[in-house]
Design a protein around this ligand. Structure first.
Ligand SMILES: [Zn+2]
Length: 609
């Protein structure tokens, strides 16, 4: 999983030539001068099994082969660690950085604490909030468009750990002092009378004149003011505030194959259904380079172009068409303009939602179909139509969305037929195998410095051979130690349209993970169509190989996101666990693993058919 090339070999140069041949003390993680915000960190390395390894004079436990991965606490700031084995010594410096902005001393705002932190544009009537971190007992306010907004000290708010915390089971919120956290909001109304009113807290202030309501209004940069002990400073905010005009909302068109729609204005926010190329929508908000589209999702403006003079896209829909192709049913939705869409899979159903769409539908033809038992549709809101494809079987085999001009095409893939000979049960199956990482993208490292990319490839080749033995056609995303981008791997799955896609990895942990204890087999999925395969393989391998179970995770990963085929990512074991690493690199264990996964896939196919 993680990329760790912090190989530091110090001791050996100092000792005699005989010593050079002998394996020496090795720490692969952390590298010296490593920076982290974690409160503890694990050290991963190895040394000859005889003798003792100590860190800061404390002996540490090691595996039979001499590998180690103890976790050590970190103080804020610089931490110095001395790792010793016999006459070899390593010095490693790790700096722990604070996660909360430091409270400023004296008359100043905390660095980078003023928000909005970038240019924003909002609709009239929307809440706009400002915040700043400043010394306690100060008075803080914002000047905007010759109005003053008071920012008040805020009550304590919990801090959520980042998503990776789910991998170490430490994802509980932790308290965060909000001392010095000031916040205040305003709402801008823009009635026809060309005046607007400010509402913040419970007060309404009105009267200031907006030049022309049909135009976007630039309110300029908010000026943050801080008063403490009778002294005042003013600091401009980091972005401008604009009020969009409802009468002249910009219209954006998606220019990439799959525009990444998100729940908010940066990549921390979750992904929604990607928008096919050509999708158009009105822009109802901006934040930095992110655009909020009229149906609520955000997209990066770099994936769009603006259509000057266009009015907000709306369409009616009449009939829905379909055509049956070998292995696929294509549903065609003729529209006047490509509108935003979303897809949701559930058991025995797939729903497609069209936004900014109003139905004028009287007829839909859909004969008996190998996949679809019945199509239901509903005008959910005046501008949203939902289509529910009720399916004959629980397992779904992939879908694709595209716009052909203004017609949305949803291609639903049919189930592959299981082979009719006991030996070649996978005869009709194409499987994409993706050995994780490759080339200079090495993935995780084991305590000896052995790299994840190499064991991923070794086991994937063994798995390929096992699958081919069972009749499958296997397409590998790489067959040697080369770099293949995540986009290229996704494209292979989309082009090959396999029955399933499997990405093979070996795991490691975030800095504060407990590497000594954490081990086991893990399965990762994202699209509901991949869930049953993930669960099945997890149970099958854990049961049949007696492996510890690390767990099954819904995870937003490049190789679990493909919708074109059920795509699962497997973490076969931990590079960062000294004992499990021994099994990871053992060729016999690798063979057993490959066989178990291949048999698991075969049993799963039988179970879903
Ligand atoms: Zn990996």
């Amino acid at each position: 999983m993680k990329n760790l090339l912090g190989l530091v070999i110090l001791g050996c140069i100092l000792t005699s030539s005989v010593a050079l041949a002998e394996p020496s003390l090795l720490v692969v993680f952390p590298q010296t001068n490593y920076q982290t915000s974690a409160q503890k960190i694990f050290f991963l390395g190895t040394a000859p099994p005889d003798g003792q390894v100590s860190i800061n004079n404390k002996p540490i436990t090691r595996s039979k082969a001499g590998h180690f991965s103890p976790s050590l606490p970190l103080q804020l700031g610089e931490n110095l660690f001395t790792v010793r084995h016999r006459n070899q010594e390593l010095q490693i410096r790790v700096t722990r950085i604070a996660t909360v902005a430091e409270l400023p001393q004296g008359l100043a705002f905390a660095k980078d604490s003023l928000t909005p932190a970038t240019d924003i544009a909002r609709l009239p009537g929307e809440l706009i909030c400002f915040s700043a971190i400043a010394p306690p007992n100060a008075s803080v306010s914002v000047q905007l468009a010759n109005q003053t907004v008071t920012l008040l000290p805020q009550p304590e708010q919990a801090q959520l750990p980042n998503n990776l915390a789910a991998l170490t089971g430490q994802n509980q919120p932790h308290g965060q002092s909000s001392v010095g956290n000031y916040k205040g909001c305003i709402t801008l109304q823009q009635p026809d009378t060309n005046s607007f009113s400010l509402i913040y807290g419970n007060n309404i202030i009105s009267g200031a004149v907006v030049p022309d309501s049909s135009q976007e209004v630039d309110l300029g940069q908010p000026q943050f003011q801080l008063t403490l002990n009778g002294k005042t400073i003013t600091q401009p905010g980091n972005g401008k505030v604009k009020i969009l005009s409802r009468a002249e909302l910009p219209v954006a068109e998606v220019t990439v194959d799959a525009g990444v729609a998100r729940t908010g204005p940066n990549t921390d926010y979750s992904r929604l259904t990607p928008l096919p190329k050509g999708t158009r929508a009105a822009v109802t908000g901006k934040e930095g380079e992110w655009l909020r589209l009229d149906y609520g999702a955000w997209i990066n403006s770099q994936e769009t172009r603006t259509l000057p003079g266009a009015v907000p896209p709306q369409t009616i829909i009449r009939s829905v068409g379909y055509r049956q192709l070998p292995g696929v049913t294509e549903m065609a939705f003729p529209l006047q303009v490509p509108v935003p869409v979303s897809v949701q899979q559930s058991d025995r159903a797939l729903t497609l939602t069209l936004y900014n769409t109003t139905a004028q539908t009287d007829i839909i033809r859909l004969d008996d179909n190998p996949l679809i038992s019945r199509l239901d549709w509903q005008q959910e809101t005046p501008e949203r139509v939902k289509y529910t494809f009720n399916l004959k079987k629980a397992q779904q085999w992939g879908y694709k969305l595209r716009y052909d001009g203004t017609t949305l095409v949803l291609a639903l893939r049919h189930p592959p037929k299981i082979g009719n000979t006991r030996r070649k049960l996978l005869a009709n199956f194409k499987i994409v195998l993706d050995p994780g990482h490759g080339g200079k993208e090495s993935g995780a490292s084991g305590p000896t410095g052995y790299l994840e990319k190499d064991v991923n490839l070794a086991v994937s080749k063994l798995l390929r051979d096992e699958l081919v033995k069972r009749g499958a056609t296997v397409v590998m995303t790489r067959e040697d130690d080369k770099e293949v981008s995540l986009a290229e791997r996704q494209a292979i799955i989309s082009q090959e349209e396999p029955a399933i896609a499997l990405s093979i990895h070996h795991n490691s942990l975030p800095d504060d993970g407990d590497a000594e204890k954490t081990k086991g087999f893990g399965a990762f999925w994202y699209q509901p169509q991949a869930h049953s395969l993930a669960i099945f393989l997890q149970n099958y391998v854990v049961k049949n190989l007696g492996k510890p179970s690390y767990g099954v995770f819904w995870d937003n990963l490049a190789l679990t996101r493909p919708a074109a085929a059920p795509s699962v990512l497997l973490e076969l074991g931990f590079m960062s666990n000294p004992d499990e690493f021994e099994q990871v690199v053992d060729p016999e264990e690798q063979k057993k693993m490959a066989k178990a996964i291949a048999q698991g896939i075969t049993e799963w196919f039988r179970s879903v058919n």
